[in-house]
Design a protein around this ligand. Structure first.
Ligand code: ATP
Length: 221
């Protein structure tokens, strides 16, 4: 397969849910590229450590994408001996794919707003484009530090992303799914079913492994 552009969405995926999956699939179709990678972080550096192991989060992700050829799991951060700093991942991708390939990093608005707290964040746009997906409840404040970055890098034509290697930010509005992993963990923790918010294969795995305190849920599928 000739790769014309690489697009990936990083995250904790604790657990992966339909908000992640629908976002990745819509971006794949919108950009007109073959596949989008979902890349779980081994040790998230910007947030509390999840109780689920990297392998468990990867297992759930692999189950979620197994029937969808347009999505795949990229385990490079989990397999790496280094912490999951995005800048290191992008440098590794550049070493692997060269300087010319368009690389698009997909992230929700919440993640984009937190960008100035990321390690070596000013270098990220030298290494990749950023596709920002609006997320219910997260609004962009024009006065923020991130607004200056946006002003200097924002484009509205996706072809600009596909015809250059890095350096652009584009906002994309898609089917808003106000689902979060926090909500899934809370539902399960409260003894409720998360069915239809996550793929059935992921829910089966959660029950088998008794994750998120799900052993007490009644009326499992
Ligand atoms: P948590 O509730 O634990 O913070 P989360 O649901 O936000 O988790 P993450 O693994 O932290 O999931 O997110 C990975 C990426 O997916 C981030 O860029 C985040 O903005 C994005 N994302 C998560 N949920 C959605 C959603 N419903 N719609 C669009 N993007 C999403």
């Amino acid at each position: 397969m000739t790769v014309t552009a690489l697009a990936f969405m990083g995250g904790t995926f604790d657990p992966i849910h339909n908000g992640h999956l629908r976002t990745a699939l819509e971006i794949q179709q919108w950009l007109g590229i073959d596949r989008v990678a979902l890349m779980p972080s081994k040790v998230p550096v910007h947030r509390a450590q999840p109780e689920r192991s990297p392998q468990q989060r990867l297992d759930m992700l692999q189950r979620a994408v197994e029937d969808e050829p347009a999505l795949y799991a990229d385990a490079r951060e989990i397999l790496s001996s280094k912490p999951s700093y995005t800048v290191l991942t992008l440098e590794a991708l550049r070493r692997e794919f060269g300087a010319e390939l368009p690389i698009c990093m997909i992230m929700g608005m919440d993640a984009y707003l937190s960008l100035p707290t990321w390690d070596r964040w000013q270098e990220l746009l030298q290494l990749a484009h950023i596709v920002v997906v609006k997320r219910p409840g997260w609004v962009y404040k024009p006065g923020d530090l991130i607004s200056r970055v946006t002003r200097n890098h924002e484009v509205s034509d996706k072809q600009r992303l596909l015809s250059s290697a890095a350096g652009h930010v584009i906002f994309h509005e898609l089917t808003p799914l106000g689902i979060s992993a926090t909500q899934i963990r809370n539902l399960i923790g409260d003894g409720h079913s998360p069915r239809y918010l996550i793929p059935d294969g992921v829910w089966d795995y959660i029950q088998q492994q008794q994750l998120y305190g799900c052993s007490e849920i009644k009326g499992k599928r």
